[in-house]
Design a protein around this ligand. Structure first.
Ligand code: ADP
Length: 372
């Protein structure tokens, strides 16, 4: 079987690491020849995943195609699907998710709880919606890693809003942010991963630590699982779906957004779960039974980000100290260049006790630095 991955970032790299366990010929397309996934695949094709002709030509060479980022040419995938190629997730699901406006309308259509919203076409229209504040303005297309999101607390903040089709979403009084991944095979069977709890770096707006299982009440978990399942199943598509949710201070659960692919919130599943999200996606693509999502041990995941004030050839400080720690697993993504806040790798720690996890995570965070 020939399998193609659109995008050659760290998620593609981790997917390829797991592919080594199966009989599959892997193909990757990415613009940058030096990307994290380039030297782990059997065939690397240099090309723009946003380009119709490039994606179409790439897809014709493989039997099954997946993505590691949403930013791909969906029209080309639709044509490939019409011509009989298996695309996971289905282009229709990708189309809905890629555009935050369509994604919010999807939640509304399926009665999935997600913060109330309005659509604004431009800044002039946004200026007429001040009675909807405080709210969060989200760019319809092209936002990523917090870059397409602006908090608008008061009328004066409208200045910072987007001058393009966007979602204006009510601000939620967030207690916790969690994510649940749901895997669905081609026959429609599903499995659910335990919830992870995200803790963000307020300055870089990037995922900082991530704890699994999330420290939430059973009743909240049941609600969140039912919601995540409804989000994933209504796409009518096989694949792995990461559903990010907010838990507010009254214990209500709201869907923030969904990714129809392997996701950062599942990095820890490589060591901490019987079947990782990457293994799971191969099982789906290659028509094998779904894996076991149960955790082997609780875990915490720490992102390794490029240090402030350092730009250039990456150097890793403190590796010895971290590798000497019991049950600490280091993943370096193989990016040659570092920049402040750039995701360069991650560390997963396994421990039975939450206090030990947090203590060790702090130690890793302090020890490991990416400089130039
Ligand atoms: P991105 O796709 O760029 O990661 P998100 O939509 O996940 O953007 O938003 C980034 C962060 O902004 C969230 O993790 C959350 O902390 C905050 N946020 C987003 N929407 C809301 C909301 N409705 N209410 C409060 N905070 C929000």
């Amino acid at each position: 079987m020939k399998a193609g991955i659109l995008g050659g970032g760290q998620l593609g790299r981790m997917l390829l690491q797991e592919a080594a366990n199966y009989t599959v010929e892997t193909w990757v397309m990415e613009k940058d020849r030096d990307c994290p996934a380039a030297h782990l695949c059997h065939h690397f094709v240099q090309g723009d995943i946003r380009d119709y002709d490039a994606v179409y030509a790439f897809g014709q060479q493989v039997d099954v195609l997946t993505i590691e980022i949403e930013n791909v040419n969906v029209e080309a995938l639709e044509r490939l699907e019409a011509e009989g190629k298996t695309i996971i997730p289905k282009p229709s699901a990708l189309k809905t998710i890629k555009n935050k406006i369509l994604q919010k309308q999807y939640y509304r259509h399926h009665s999935i709880p997600s913060p109330a919203f309005l659509v604004t076409q431009d800044k002039a229209e946004l200026a007429t919606k001040t009675d909807f504040l405080p709210a969060v303005h989200k760019l319809g297309m092209g936002g990523y890693d917090g870059r397409g999101v602006q908090l608008l607390k008061k009328a004066a903040d409208i200045e910072n809003g987007f001058d393009a089709p966007s979602v204006l979403e009510k601000m939620i009084d967030i207690d916790k942010e969690i994510a649940i991944s749901v895997a669905i095979d081609k026959k429609g069977a599903h499995v659910i991963y335990p919830p992870v709890e995200m803790i963000f770096d307020p300055y870089l707006n990037l995922l900082d630590y991530q704890l699994c299982p999330a420290d939430i009440q059973k009743t909240t978990l049941w609600k969140a699982e039912a919601i995540a399942l409804a989000v994933a199943r209504n796409f009518g598509s096989p694949g792995i779906f990461a559903i990010e949710m907010f838990i507010d201070r009254s214990g209500d659960v709201w869907v923030n957004e969904t990714a129809p692919r392997v996701h950062n919130s599942g990095h820890h599943t490589i060591e901490a779960h019987y079947s990782s999200q990457f293994d799971m996606l191969w099982r789906i693509m290659l028509d094998y039974p779904l894996g076991n999502t149960a955790l082997i041990m609780p875990s915490i995941m720490i992102n390794i980000l490029g240090a402030e004030g350092h730009k250039g050839n990456a150097l890793y400080e403190g590796m010895n100290e971290v590798l000497a720690m019991e049950n600490a697993y280091v993943h370096i993504y193989g990016k040659s260049q570092t920049a402040p806040g750039r995701k360069m790798g991650h560390v997963t720690i396994l421990e039975r006790d939450k206090t030990d996890l947090l203590r060790k995570a702090g130690k890793v965070k302090k020890a490991l630095r990416v400089i130039s």
